[in-house]
Design a binder for this molecule. Structure first.
Ligand SMILES: NC(=O)c1ccc[n+]([C@@H]2O[C@H](COP(=O)([O-])OP(=O)(O)OC[C@H]3O[C@@H](n4cnc5c(N)ncnc54)[C@H](OP(=O)(O)O)[C@@H]3O)[C@@H](O)[C@H]2O)c1
Length: 276
């Protein structure tokens, strides 16, 4: 039985992937911060004839919680076949928010949790037959940058700037992971699903929430359709340690977004930020 860990596995793309792999007979461990969503997933899983579902409640804005989760998962599951990173909550508007550990919210949730889990589960992943990590974000979108002199955006914060920085940081996380763990057999995929109709608009303020929902109804891909190319890649990952995709299209790794030196620089800075 495959073991598939999915952060953000209780809603949107993550939930779609959770149900897919349960139907394939996998042991799916879905992580989210809301108990109700976790219970709803478990109820749906119960109605399926195959698979085994577990829900782990964890607030991944906390580095300590992400580290505890990685340690607990690695302890309980010596072999993890797939790690899928979907946990996200956009804070595009409003004032800068810091987590209890003092990190800017988007940096902590969308980037640091993925950094901790990717590296923290590496040993359990490399024990699998075809291990893969899929970091779901926006590779290929030429927006945003790393604010090297102020990663926590203390001086010139905006929600959009913070979200975009976290996306670009995840591009570099994949590159660095591929370099640092080359030869371990783990494939790291940065994946852009395009516009998909998920629970994402729920975190937006009105009237943007209603407008985004209306836009999604007209233009967005459904979750079942969006996960088809994702599962194809997850089940047959590329041989290279890191690859990036926008739906089915493989992206060139030339250019600043995937710069190797930037990737290792951010890796080292991140290690310094994280307490243990
Ligand atoms: N949808 C799109 O059009 C689109 C486009 C490009 C990229 N993406 C990327 O695809 C990924 C999945 O997006 P989605 O649209 O499927 O999202 P979604 O429907 O909003 O689901 C987000 C998931 O993250 C979990 N989550 C949020 N905050 C959390 C926290 N503090 N700790 C733990 N879990 C947390 C949520 O569960 P709780 O609410 O219970 O915490 C939920 O399971 C994201 O990385 C997103 O950036 C999406």
């Amino acid at each position: 039985m495959q073991t598939v860990v999915i952060t953000g596995g209780t809603d949107g793309l993550g939930k779609g992937l959770a149900l897919h792999y349960l139907r394939q007979g996998a042991h799916v461990i879905a992580v989210g911060s809301t108990a109700e969503k976790g219970q709803a997933l478990l109820a749906e899983a119960k109605a399926l004839p195959t698979g085994r579902a577990d829900f782990v409640r964890s607030d991944l804005t906390s580095v300590a919680a992400s580290q505890d989760l990685a340690e607990r998962l690695a302890g309980d599951h010596p072999v993890v076949d797939k790690l899928i990173l979907c946990a996200q909550r956009y804070r595009l508007f409003g004032d800068r928010v810091t987590t209890r550990e003092g990190f800017e919210h988007s940096f902590a949730l969308a980037y640091l949790s993925r950094f901790v889990l990717s590296h923290g589960l590496h040993d359990a992943l490399r024990a699998a037959r075809r291990p893969v990590i899929m970091n779901v974000g926006t590779p290929g979108v030429p927006l945003g940058r790393i604010h090297w002199d102020d990663l926590q955006l203390t001086r010139t914060y905006s929600g959009a700037k913070a979200s975009l920085q976290s996306f670009r940081a995840n591009d570099l996380l994949g590159v660095a992971f591929g370099v640092l763990h080359a030869g371990s057999g783990v494939s790291y995929i940065g994946y852009n699903p395009g516009v998909v109709s998920t629970g994402m608009p729920e975190s937006l303020p009105q009237p943007l929430r209603a407008a985004t929902k209306a836009f999604f109804t007209m233009f967005a891909t459904s979750v079942p359709k969006a996960i088809a190319p994702m599962t194809a890649l997850l089940d047959d990952p590329p041989a290279e340690p890191f690859a990036a995709y926008w739906q089915k299209r493989r992206l060139s790794l030339d250019g600043r977004a995937f710069d190797g030196q930037d990737a290792l620089r951010l890796h080292d800075l991140t290690r310094e930020l994280i307490p243990r």
